[in-house]
Design a protein around this ligand. Structure first.
Ligand code: WTA
Length: 655
């Protein structure tokens, strides 16, 4: 195959500051390499030792990895444990009064829950679930707002061995229905309403609607947390209030000891073919990934105030809200609202008010905050911050620089963490005290993660050439299968074209001559311009590097001569330009890209919008933009689109 060509050349480099290195959990490049060498020398010994150190086992495993049924790997599979025990009970003796969760509501009201309090609430709720007849292996849908209760619901399922499947509260009744059916759920845990950005959004009525559709009769119970107090329709005896369910329940609850491979949860991700995939995770391997990355990547310290802004509806909110921080005994922030309410200073205010030390968010949030208030962070005291993180999309070097200088005040390392719902925890990410950073690169694979870049035949490409990102060996936190569809799991992630051996992530990447990884975008989005295969990220980053530009997305459109022409959708920092002004800026930006990275990548056309179409988790919907660029009718489901109105703007070529 012609390799995917890398055209972006970022030369800035930021070594960690000596003071940071001194206190780091992994200090210095030598320490990182030592861990990698250990993993290479004795792969099973390496993971086995970590699993012994990090996890509290009810029955210790004797086997580390079973690869006999490739790619359905098993880890630590004769061990027994309970995840909720690992997140809560373990702290009762040592730090019962430490605050586990600081919850800030949309309206600013703050509630705190200590480890002892959280333990009691989880036990009570777990007893409540048991009283409804819910038992080990049953599937429970959680469709809740960001709240302490959402974490309690997840932990309570884990405590009794029920398999939770969290559905993001922004999804429609139809999506909820699809997931209920696929999972064969016996219960739904939800709320009357959720409150975001000053607005109440109904949840209970969506549950009712989903359950009224065909085939949802596996659901026997609906538990409703009263968030807003709004009147809701009631279907007794199916529906029960959260507060009634726990009323007379004991605040201790014997955990269900489960096998290491027992499914902790499934989480649906949208597949490119439409039918959502129920990504199924294990218990022990998953927990180990979440814990070890807290230590290695977030350099977790007991004094940290940790804040991952992700909703519990996404994998990031599982690993770095509901499980990782609690297993480590951290104090963390949970925030109910949105970054722009009451104004675009909200995140910075929360950091200031709660003295957040570690802040982890998505590039889409960073870019929108740059657009709406580039200087706002300077009005807040952000001196408590010591580490910043990014996840979900490639972070363009210029957005990285803003994050680094304005938010981190050139003091805090940024961990750009590459991973996926399927990988359960960080795969490629800096260990912030062990390696210099390059803006836009997710740096090196973690120890024990054998990530490489290969061509279409599965052969490793030379450094500096792009290709498919794969992981050569199984690792503990890898998803075990797709719920009810093992064949789809095998075909999607271990395709025969690559020999069936490696985990195919679906992203294109380039490892540069210093071994740094650069994610170039999804494989499906690669452009083919005059025989050069280009990832989307590099052209987008070149555009974002222009001072006028806040966000950009590029897609290909068929072209008679070149094969594909580059079409760029751009959001400016100021107003959306019109007429003559749009023409002028468009010419300027096209020339800019040609100058920055070469004329091969020069967009043939630029269109401006007030925003870009994004999924609810903030990823740019390039497939939809491709249809728009080609003037095709939009057949994609746009019901989950955050901002449907902007499609019309983007459909207009500059005249
Ligand atoms: C993208 C989110 C570049 C990537 C944890 C991946 C990233 C997909 C990064 C998974 C990053 C995530 N740099 N790209 N740091 N993090 N991605 O399943 O395309 O919601 O395959 O998991 O997001 O998204 P998911």
């Amino acid at each position: 195959m012609s390799a995917i060509k890398s055209i972006l050349h970022e030369t800035r480099i930021f070594p960690p500051d000596t003071a940071f290195v001194k206190q780091a959990n992994v200090a210095g490049t030598g320490a990182y390499h030592a861990l990698c060498t250990e993993a290479e020398r004795d792969y099973q010994g390496f993971w086995g030792k970590l699993a012994q150190e990090q996890i509290l086992w009810h029955k210790v495993f004797t086997r580390v990895l079973d690869e006999s049924n490739h790619p359905f790997f098993k880890w630590f599979d004769d061990g027994e444990l309970n995840i909720s025990f690992n997140c809560l009970d373990r702290h009762l003796a040592t730090q019962p009064d430490k605050v586990a969760i600081i919850f800030e509501a949309d309206d600013g009201k703050v509630t705190k829950s200590t480890y002892r309090d959280l333990y009691r609430r989880v036990c009570q709720f777990a007893n409540g679930l048991r009283s409804l007849g819910i038992a080990k292996g049953d599937r429970v849908i959680i469709y809740m707002p960001m709240s302490i209760e959402a974490v309690v619901a997840m932990q309570a399922c884990a405590r009794i061995g029920a398999i939770h499947s969290v559905v993001f509260g922004g999804f429609s009744a139809k999506s909820l229905h699809e997931r209920i059916i696929d999972a064969g759920a016996v219960a739904v845990i939800s709320a009357d309403e959720q409150i975001r950005g000053g607005r109440a959004i109904p949840l209970k009525s969506a549950v009712d609607e989903a359950l009224a559709m065909d085939g949802a009769d596996s659901v026997k119970s609906v538990v409703i947390y009263q968030r807003s107090g709004k009147d809701v329709k009631w279907h007794a005896p199916r529906d029960v209030w959260w507060h009634d369910l726990i009323k007379d329940k004991d605040d201790t609850c014997e955990p269900e000891w489960v096998n290491a491979e027992h499914p902790l949860f499934t989480l649906y991700t949208s597949g490119s073919t439409g039918k959502p995939k129920g990504v199924q995770h294990s218990s022990a391997g998953y927990l180990l990934g979440a814990m070890i990355s807290m230590k290695w990547v977030f350099d977790y310290k007991p004094t940290d105030i940790f804040w991952c802004t992700a909703d519990v509806g996404w994998v990031t909110g599982h690993s770095y809200v509901a499980y990782g921080p609690l297993a480590m005994g951290a104090t963390q922030i949970m925030f109910e609202g949105v970054p722009t309410y009451p104004d675009a200073g909200r995140f910075w205010k929360i950091i200031q008010d709660h003295k957040v030390t570690t802040f982890y968010t998505a590039p889409t949030a960073i870019r929108s905050l740059i657009k709406s208030g580039p200087d706002l962070p300077r009005q807040y005291d952000l001196s408590s911050l010591r580490l910043l993180g990014s996840v979900g999309e490639p972070i363009n070097p210029e957005a990285w620089m803003w994050y680094y200088t304005v938010v981190g005040q050139s003091r805090c390392p940024i961990v750009d963490t590459w991973w996926q719902t399927e990988t359960g925890s960080h795969m490629i990410a800096p260990m912030p005290g062990a390696m210099p950073l390059k803006p836009g690169s997710c740096v090196f694979p973690l120890p024990g993660i054998m990530a490489v870049v290969v061509d279409e035949a599965g052969h490793e490409v030379e450094d500096g050439k792009g290709g498919f990102l794969v992981i050569k060996r199984p690792f503990p936190s890898l998803a075990r299968t797709l719920w009810g569809d093992p064949e789809r799991f095998r075909k999607t992630y271990f395709p025969q074209d690559l020999g069936g051996k490696y985990y195919l992530a679906g992203d294109s990447a380039n490892r540069d001559l210093n071994g740094y990884f650069w994610i170039m975008g999804r494989i499906d989005d690669v452009l083919n311009v005059s025989g050069h295969r280009l990832g989307t990220m590099e052209i987008e980053s070149a555009l974002v590097a222009n001072p006028l530009v806040a966000e950009a997305a590029v897609v290909g459109k068929p072209h008679d001569i070149k094969g594909e022409a580059v079409i760029a959708f751009v959001v400016l920092k100021g107003m959306r330009p019109q007429g003559e002004n749009a023409r002028k800026i468009s010419t300027e930006l096209r020339d800019w890209v040609a100058k920055e990275i070469g004329s091969i990548a020069k967009p043939d056309e630029i269109r401006f919008g007030d925003n870009l179409p994004k999924t609810r988790s903030g990823k740019i919907m390039r497939r939809l933009l491709r249809a728009i660029a080609r003037g095709e009718e939009i057949t994609q489901d746009v019901s989950t689109l955050e901002n449907p109105a902007i499609l019309e703007q983007l459909q207009q070529p500059i005249k």
